[in-house]
Design a protein around this ligand. Structure first.
Ligand SMILES: Nc1nc2c(c(=O)[nH]1)N[C@H]1C(S)=C(S)[C@@H](COP(=O)(O)OP(=O)(O)OC[C@H]3O[C@@H](n4cnc5c(=O)[nH]c(N)nc54)[C@H](O)[C@@H]3O)O[C@H]1N2
Ligand SMILES: Nc1nc2c(c(=O)[nH]1)N[C@H]1C(S)=C(S)[C@@H](COP(=O)(O)OP(=O)(O)OC[C@H]3O[C@@H](n4cnc5c(=O)[nH]c(N)nc54)[C@H](O)[C@@H]3O)O[C@H]1N2
Ligand code: SF4
Ligand SMILES: [Mo]
Length: 697
């Protein structure tokens, strides 16, 4: 018998989306890593989408960075040692601060960063740089739902219940969410819902793979979800389906919200949305028939210049019908990025301190300053939101330190953002690959990846997870935490930036204690043992707190314990169609590519499945242009022009075209998109702008 020890698999989680599927990783003899099923994690029970399955490909040094790069005198990026690269960054940031002040230093983070990194980055900006100018890409993601959830419930945790509650409810309205492409293993929950006799309603301008599984598909004109939700609420009132006892006992503000909804007659709503009145009535009937029901939103209704009000209107529908804070009922937002939930809790957001605290709250400042060992007065105030920060680059913000985002591809009005990035005095990017944004940098630092480092993420359910290191990183790379440690040291702050993630987590626990997102009762030991803990989880004096899988069952997190209705009214998108730009563009995702594509475009199998951008359009529109399947078509907005092959389908409204945003180059969808922002969340309007479509001869 051979005496070779079989390497033990390490149970860990996927690097990509917020489902954070469990997987086992085993190092192979040839230096690669094998993914195998991890059935103990209840969310995916071993199932993975193609991205998760192929994620190890990005660990190979063939596709990744393994040496720092610095901009040479001739303008090219050349390999350099770590000391030289770090010295350059610290030197540049120090001198820009000396000349222009601390607020000339910008920082942009990401919802893919672990909790430890997000925490350390926020602290680094406030304590080491002293700048207020930090924000992160979650602003482009779920910020509208977060703002609406906080308003209505007093707390924002994307899902107030675990996904496993979905099969136990009676009806789900899935608004602008395409989990068949964006979270495939989660489809199981919707399948089980139907097997249990429940119903699924999908609201999407396109007949997506998800919509195909629905009992009812409503296809509104992009940007009109607010009117749609108000129309449904109008019918709920008109048909006497309001849960009066619940409204009286558990909510406030109903009269104003009711009055606002009554102004949205079904016929008026049909005119705005294009959804026929009988379909509105059918949706209300399906939603109100069972004891329990849910509304789940994703980027469709949220990435609008009225996203906060839109989500508010869907929450109002839940509240009026008594479908929130009760078992198997409620409103939830399907957060997107791997740590999209935790990434919005620990202080990389412009207005935020760890524990989901407010930077403007004196008590919060005192608490966090004490943990950090600094004077509360020294903490800067709130900064700008992500797009506003990108727009300020090269003006009053002279440098940017970027970790975990690729805005050249993913930001709205991307050509403008790219020119702002080029106008900086200094750009430093930490990444695993040479992204389109890293290509513009003065210094690029190659960092370790998920399987090579330990850290925690918080899934879309609010479940805090331990993502374990399974393999040794290649020579030449360092972790983001090591980078912050080294930079802090060079900028004169020797303590408080440990490179060890567990040490950072221990501090995060203390910083979050007593906050909305309280992690103080969670430890690496518990996470390893229990496989995940839902926040809030305060450190009890005597007993171990079990964590909180289900929120709001007794009371909402508002001062009086009641959920708040918000009175909202429909308003048009920032840009409506006209003679010059007669078609609406909406954007989104395909299953085989992730976000800006920086990682997934480097995986052969995924590229074979989704090789490039396309323009999805209705046969009637295609016929008007004289375009056949696969012909290049140009999409032109007030901000730019993109060209990609036509994909003709009856599954899209004839007044709308769709483009995925995963690619740079001439099919870059974001050169077209409108940066018009929601006034509360500062979310740009990725989901609707006016365009003209032309055949390319
Ligand atoms: N394969 C893949 N999976 C991913 C990601 C990825 O890039 N690729 N990214 C992750 C992240 S960060 C996120 S945020 C999630 C996003 O997950 P989703 O929100 O499911 O993804 P999107 O494709 O952006 O948008 C969902 C749907 O909204 C529809 N839509 C467009 N405009 C409107 C509108 O005005 N109203 C309504 N009701 N619907 C509209 C689109 O047609 C689309 O089908 O996915 C996560 N998972
Ligand atoms: N038109 C349009 N545009 C959109 C959207 C849309 O629906 N339509 N959706 C928006 C949404 S929801 C999102 S979330 C954004 C996402 O868009 P981006 O913010 O660009 O997100 P990613 O492409 O995931 O970029 C992450 C970058 O960080 C790197 N990276 C990954 N892990 C780490 C790490 O641990 N450390 C460091 N230092 N780097 C890391 C990756 O290689 C990659 O280059 O796009 C937004 N843009
Ligand atoms: S669904 Fe999301 S978490 Fe699961 S394997 Fe795919 S990308 Fe990874
Ligand atoms: Mo996202």
């Amino acid at each position: 018998m051979q005496n070779i020890a079989t390497p033990t698999p390490t149970p860990t989680h996927c690097p990509y989306c917020a489902l954070q599927c469990g997987m086992n990783l085993t190092p192979a003899a040839d230096g690669t890593v094998e993914v195998s099923e991890r059935v103990d994690f209840p969310v995916n029970r071993g199932a993975l989408c193609g991205k998760g399955r192929t994620a190890p490909a990005v660990l190979s040094s063939r596709v990744r960075l393994t040496s720092p790069l610095v901009r040479a005198a001739d303008g090219t990026l050349v390999e350099a040692g770590w000391d030289e690269a770090l010295d350059r960054i610290a030197g540049a940031l120090g001198s820009i601060r000396a000349e222009h002040g601390a607020d000339a230093l910008g920082v942009l983070g990401g919802g893919g960063l672990t909790n430890e990194k997000a925490y350390a980055l926020g602290k680094f900006a406030r304590v080491v740089l002293g700048t207020s100018q930090i924000d992160y890409n979650g602003r482009f993601c779920m910020s509208s739902a977060a703002a609406a959830g906080t308003k209505a419930f007093g707390l924002d945790r994307g899902l107030p219940f675990p996904l496993e509650d979905i099969p136990r409810t009676g009806c789900v309205i899935l608004v602008g969410s395409n989990p068949a492409e964006t979270m495939p293993p989660s489809l199981r929950f919707f399948r089980e819902l139907k097997e249990n006799g429940g119903t699924l309603i999908v609201v999407d301008p396109r007949r997506t793979k998800t919509a195909e599984q629905a009992d009812l598909h409503l296809a509104p004109r992009p940007g009109t979800d607010l009117a749609l939700a108000l129309g449904l609420l109008h019918l709920v009132v008109a048909e006497g389906r309001v849960d009066e006892a619940y409204v009286a006992e558990r909510t406030s503000g109903w009269e104003e919200a009711r009055a606002a909804a009554m102004a949205h007659w079904p016929e008026y709503v049909e005119r705005i949305t294009g959804v026929p009145v009988p379909e509105l009535r059918e949706a209300v009937r399906m939603f109100c028939a069972p004891q329990a029901a849910m509304v789940l939103t994703a980027r469709g209704p949220e990435q609008q210049s009225k996203g906060t009000d839109t989500v508010g209107a869907w929450i109002n529908l839940c509240l009026a019908t008594g479908r929130a804070g009760r078992p198997y009922s409620g409103y939830g937002c399907l957060t997107g990025q791997g740590n999209g939930q935790g990434g919005r809790e620990h202080g990389q957001k412009a207005d935020q301190l760890p524990g989901y605290r407010k930077l403007t709250d004196p008590a919060a400042r005192r608490h966090v300053a004490e943990v950090w060992g600094v004077d509360p007065e020294s903490l800067p105030g709130p900064g700008r939101s992500a797009y506003e920060l990108l727009d300020a680059l090269g003006r009053d913000v002279r440098s940017l330190l970027l970790m975990g985002s690729n805005p050249v591809v993913s930001a709205p009005r991307a050509a403008h953002v790219e020119s702002r990035l080029r106008s900086l005095d200094f750009l430093a990017v930490c990444d695993v690959v040479l992204s389109e944004t890293a290509e513009l940098a003065d210094v690029v630092l190659p960092v370790t990846q998920w399987a090579e480092e330990t850290g925690t993420t918080t899934s879309l359910e609010g479940r805090v997870l331990l993502r374990r290191r399974a393999i040794t990183p290649p020579d030449g790379v360092r972790s983001d935490l090591e980078v912050l440690h080294e930079l802090a040291d060079r900028l004169g702050v020797e303590k408080g930036f440990p490179a060890d993630p567990q040490e950072v987590f221990e501090e995060l626990r203390r910083a979050s204690a007593g906050g909305v997102a309280d992690y103080s009762g969670i430890s690496y030991g518990r996470l390893a043992e229990e496989g995940g803990v839902f926040w809030p989880c305060p450190a009890g004096d005597a007993e171990v707190h079990p964590g909180t899988p289900r929120l709001f069952l007794d009371r909402f997190a508002t001062e009086d314990g009641r959920a708040r209705f918000v009175p909202v009214a429909h308003r048009p998108a920032a840009e409506e169609t006209d003679e010059e730009y007669p078609v609406l563009l909406t954007t989104g995702r395909v299953v085989a590519q992730y976000q800006s594509g920086a990682q997934t475009r480097r995986v052969d199998e995924l590229n074979a499945a989704a090789p490039g951008p396309f323009v999805e359009l209705h046969p009637r529109l295609a016929a008007r242009l004289g375009a056949a399947e696969g012909d290049p078509v140009a999409v032109v907005s007030r901000r730019g022009r993109a060209v990609a092959p036509a994909r003709i389908t009856t599954g899209i409204r004839p007044d709308t075209v769709f483009m995925p945003f995963h690619w740079p180059g001439e099919g870059r969808a974001n050169v077209l998109t409108n940066p018009a922002m929601d006034p509360t969340s500062r979310m740009p309007e990725f989901k609707v702008c006016a365009v003209r479509v032309e055949a390319v001869r």
